[in-house]
Design a protein around this ligand. Structure first.
Ligand SMILES: [Fe+2]
Length: 372
């Protein structure tokens, strides 16, 4: 018997199912009248902005959509300035979009209610208070609708706020909203979800509840891993479930060094987050296997494969991700700087099942980049 105490902190309503977006007005009304609505710019072309605005008729809505794929601290400040133009305080933040939009909304909600610039909120348990957030995901990947994390780029670095106060009050998950995702985005985000399910399972902080979510999420995802660029509606539906479960899994037990190692690929070379993680996974999971071979074997089995890293390499090839590596140019000094950043990332090192040294992280990067 492994008698290790654990806490499950998932204090939110998770509303899942076809058509649940229509519940938005009554969900918003519970928090008040004045709404900050955050969306991506594509919501307009997709008709989603009009649909959401119609649902929010009768509320006082300020709309903000100047949000980069990797949202910036300056953009959070811009949204705060816009909120100040409302006649009275904002009651609730609604985020309709992918992970960036939801992360952004969580950061704004914290910065506004705490009356502190977002740059003071990076770290763990730093938030004084936050406005309630209603998160409506339109992709299946980040699971941000069910996590306490917001990743914001500041001075070229991806930095995290990690605080249960920014866990969205409501995750309104309508799988239909993901059906029209471009194939490339579906692959990138699904592989982010895969990285969450696997990293949380590997996590040193993994508990039986995390395991249950990770195993079930992987079971939903496994039949589709080789056809993520050609999903039918059923595929999108199950990937949306898997993504939510991956989000809960990392919310409970953290992601890990796949994320830490992938961040510079994104911030310095613009590699999409899920793709960066996909490139890192094969080498890092082999490294993890030395410490927790039973978990490696179980994850291989859950994905119906002989060997987890071999499968993940195949996926990188199948989706053309290995071609991305050509654009990533590094020298020894840069690798050293990246590796030092990874080892200094206490939040993600804490959950690593095997804690590497700086030299080992450099060697892992070299394997990923096929430099040795
Ligand atoms: Fe992620």
């Amino acid at each position: 018997m492994q008698d290790i105490p654990f806490v499950v902190n998932q204090n939110q309503a998770i509303v899942f199912g076809t058509g649940v977006l229509d519940q938005l007005p009554q969900r918003v009304a519970k928090f008040g009248k004045r709404v900050l609505l955050c969306t991506g710019r594509s919501a307009k072309q997709r008709g989603l902005l009009d649909r959401t605005m119609k649902l929010l008729e009768g509320f006082e809505v300020v709309h903000f959509d100047h949000i980069s794929p990797n949202p910036k601290a300056e953009e959070v400040a811009q949204a705060l300035a816009l909120m100040k133009t409302m006649d009275a305080p904002t009651d609730v933040v609604v985020a309709v979009g992918g992970g960036s939009i939801m992360d952004f909304a969580k950061a704004v909600a914290a910065s506004y209610a705490s009356q502190r610039p977002v740059t003071e909120l990076f770290g763990v348990d730093t938030v004084d208070r936050a406005l309630p957030v209603i998160a409506v995901p339109t992709t299946h990947g980040t699971g941000s609708e069910v996590t306490k994390y917001a990743i914001i780029t500041h001075q070229g670095k991806k930095l995290a706020i990690s605080d249960t106060k920014i866990l969205p009050a409501v995750a309104l998950i309508d799988p239909v909203l993901t059906y029209s995702m471009p194939a490339e985005v579906a692959v990138d985000t699904s592989l982010d979800a895969l990285s969450h399910l696997t990293e949380a399972y590997f996590s040193a902080l993994c508990n039986p509840v995390t395991e249950a979510f990770a195993e079930k999420g992987l079971a939903y995802m496994a039949p589709y891993v080789k056809t993520l660029n050609n999903l039918n509606e059923e595929g999108h539906y199950y990937l949306t479930l898997a993504s939510m479960m991956g989000g809960i899994a990392i919310n409970l037990s953290g992601s890990g060094l796949v994320h830490a190692m992938g961040y510079p690929f994104t911030s310095e070379f613009g590699v999409p987050h899920g793709r960066a993680n996909a490139l890192i996974m094969p080498a890092l999971f082999k490294f993890n296997a030395e410490a927790v071979p039973h978990k490696y074997a179980k994850l291989s089995e859950l994905l119906n494969s002989e060997d987890l890293s071999t499968l993940l390499k195949e996926l990188n090839h199948l989706y053309g991700y290995d071609a991305e590596l050509k654009h990533i140019t590094v020298d020894e000094a840069k690798l050293q700087r990246w590796a030092e950043g990874v080892v200094a990332n206490q939040r993600l090192m804490r959950s690593a099942p095997r804690k590497p040294t700086v030299e080992q992280v450099v060697a892992l990067y070299k394997q990923v980049l096929a430099l040795e």
